[in-house]
Ligand binder design. Sequence first.
Ligand code: ADP
Ligand code: MG
Ligand code: MG
Length: 897
Amino acid sequence: FSEIEKAEKYTGGQWDDVRGFLGGKGSGLADMKRIGIPVPPGFTVTTEACNTFISSGGTFPRGMWDQVREALRKVEKATGKQFGGRENPLLLSCRSGAKFSMPGMMDTVLNIGLNDEVAKGLIQMTGDERFVYDAYRRLVQMFGSVVMGIPDTAFEAVIAATRKKSGATTDAGLGASDWENITEAFLRLYRHRTGGDFPEDPFAQLRLATDAVFKSWNSRRATEYRNAAGIPHTLGTAVNIMAMVFGNMGPDCATGVAMTRSGATGGPGPEGDYLLNAQGEDVVAGIRQTQDITHLRVEMPGVAAELEEIARRLESHYRDMQDLEFTVERGKLRILQTRDGKRTAMAAVRIAVDMADEGLISREEAVLRVTPDQIDFFFHPQFEKKTRTTAREAGRLLATGLNVSPGAACGMVAFDADLAEVWGKKQGKPVIMVRPETRPDDVHGMLAARGILTSRGGRTSHAALVARQFGKPAVVGAADLKIDIGRREMTAGHLVIREGDWLSVDGTVGEVYRGELETVVPNLEDPWLMKLLSWADQFRRLRVRTNADYPGDAERAREYGAEGIGLCRTEHMFFEPRRLPLLHKMIMTDLPVERKEALDALLPFQREDFEGLFRAMNGKPVVCRLIDPPLHEFLPDHVALMNELSALKIRLKNAATLEELDNLITEINSRQKILKRLESLTESNPMLGMRGVRLGILIPELTVMQVRAIFEAACNVTREGGEVYPEVMIPLTSHVNELRVQREMLEDEARRVTEARGVRIGYKFGTMIETPRAALTADEMASCAEFFSFGTNDLTQMTFGISRDDAETGFLIRYLRAGILPENPFATLDQGGVGQLMDIAIRKGRSVRPDLECGICGEHGGDPASILLCHRLGLTYVSCSPFRVPVARLVAAHAAL
Ligand code: ADP
Ligand code: MG
Ligand code: MG
């Protein structure tokens, strides 16, 4: 372990090591001391000591306590005070602090060093009896709950009773003798609960508190938090022992928390809350109504200016937004903690962009600082303004509060964390967790909830921090709500909401509505996001396209930055009421003439669809994949057909008229015909059967119709003045000969169309690579194909031999749980197998055709880890759903940086 002064040597350069060693709080304090920011004197017991303590079953490492006493003497010298002394007593705080911030999860004990004697001395020194007994009772309370495990509610009940007796509405209304009585009552309570006296000896207090802080690393709530946040359990916590400063010694004292910029929006700061004449915990606990930090300029202008100056210095030191704890003792400002501030996705983007614009960080760093999840968050549901207005006009607005974590959430009200967990996690119901305020042991419920609502607390309250960290929409401090946990209901005005009722929480604006409101996904209009993504575009090499079947999707994707369509599944266009009968006819008939009729009738529809896509993607390539799925997918489901038939047969028995009989027989016959065809098309392994290129080869008229539609559309849009780049793609090939056959047919038809219309269309002919054989013979494939697109859904299925339709509900889940497979290969590309096939295919393909365009169009195209692999493999582009396009743009930049 080490003192703060000692640690200074380590700081700078090895910051991360130091942070692991001293914990976030300890290294922050050491940094601040080093750069001359006022912090109270103190030292840090390292995480190493904690880990030794834990592994040895709860004893301090040898020599540790001597070193603590040695360091303590230095603190005494620096403060001129004496620990345990009567004359000028030094009080200490003993604070937990791990490498990664875990707000409120572990323990802290304040005012260590007080006992009856020391208290008397402190009263003589300060002349402030109220202050001293308030401090003393806090020590007994915190020590009692943290070290001895007495429930805090027992202490709070004593305070509440005293308040009632003296007619005070808040703690501030209690006087010196009240606090003295409370202290005595606490000491009795302590004795009653523990069977022993509160330790008089300051060193015993410090020892036990240190012991308790070490142990709090493995408390249930800390362990759960780490599980949820993905923090390793082996890190351990440091213990920070430092001189107390007092924000509760009079009107020239204060305590508060401040973020250097807004954690909700990322806008300019400071943002925070403070209280005059109070001690640290009061602000976070939400016991008293806090003041907005901007008001400090009015109440303590000098301190406010100094705080803003410190904020600037800390930001330029850490090059990030900071979250500070401060205390003002008799006009003197002390910073008690600094850490990188938690922020919403919106704020993360804005802060990164603003800091780059301010020159604090580079644009590359700004891009690297934003995570794919944060980008994704912009696409989370929101309530539209008009939805909110309508709801308000209908009297459904229940309350307003602080908009601490954006997004919209609807669900059933649960008034405690355990119920929220049961409903949300075990039963999969949408839950809104509602509490007067949240505490660290509520976290499991908050995680299971869709959204969070509290009636008390500020922007830096526990509920706000946790909600933000886990991206849960949250409204806190909705003061109009009267929550009655006992009766499991809350009221707002005359409205009563009971447990299980539906509620809608808008964390973007801070409003709460009764019932379930409709949600929408927002448009990309955030100017900071646009800027960040435009920077990402400058850094990436990988192109980003979208999978889109309809012009609307294509337009949206284009707005989101798609540079073309990487996959248009042309068969999706068939599933529409006016088209399906035509397709049925095409499938059912044995007569070439009838088939041609059906296809001719489908042609205009397909042409229109392609025109829409080409217009939406004006100037960008559009990959049109010819029909892929097996034909039986277009016929009615077997079971449904059988049911219909038996229903018709029953009606046949009861038919009243001859005419009815005739009609029924016709219907039955036509269904029987479909059934027969269906049965003849049904294969035992349809995924390995008549689909993809095989269909195109066996029903060439179908390919010809699709190609004609593509090129007629291309000619039409070109004539309108549009720029069209079709890329015609053949699915599920495994042998180059398949490609040759299809290519010939396709080029003939393309020529016929374009020559007849006198328009030149530049196009490419290519294939999907989705069978292992295609990948392994990619040089042959590339001799015929001008581009490749990896269909990694099928390629994964065929490489693993795992059916993509069944695996995720069957054994694959077990495999993942047992760690037999590290990741679901259908979600994240399997580097070793599928990735290797892709690598081979790209190399072989480009050996024949150096400029071969290679893309990916499976689900993996939107998955961050897979995108990184695609970059490494040298793909030309990834193609993903429109909503994932911005994520892909960012990740592609991360890959290149
Ligand atoms: P947490 O990690 O839960 O925030 P902290 O160790 O930061 O716990 O302490 C809790 C509260 O105690 C903080 O609000 C802080 O302001 C206050 N506090 C801690 N140390 C001191 C000190 N030396 N003097 C005054 N207040 C302190
Ligand atoms: Mg703190
Ligand atoms: Mg496929």
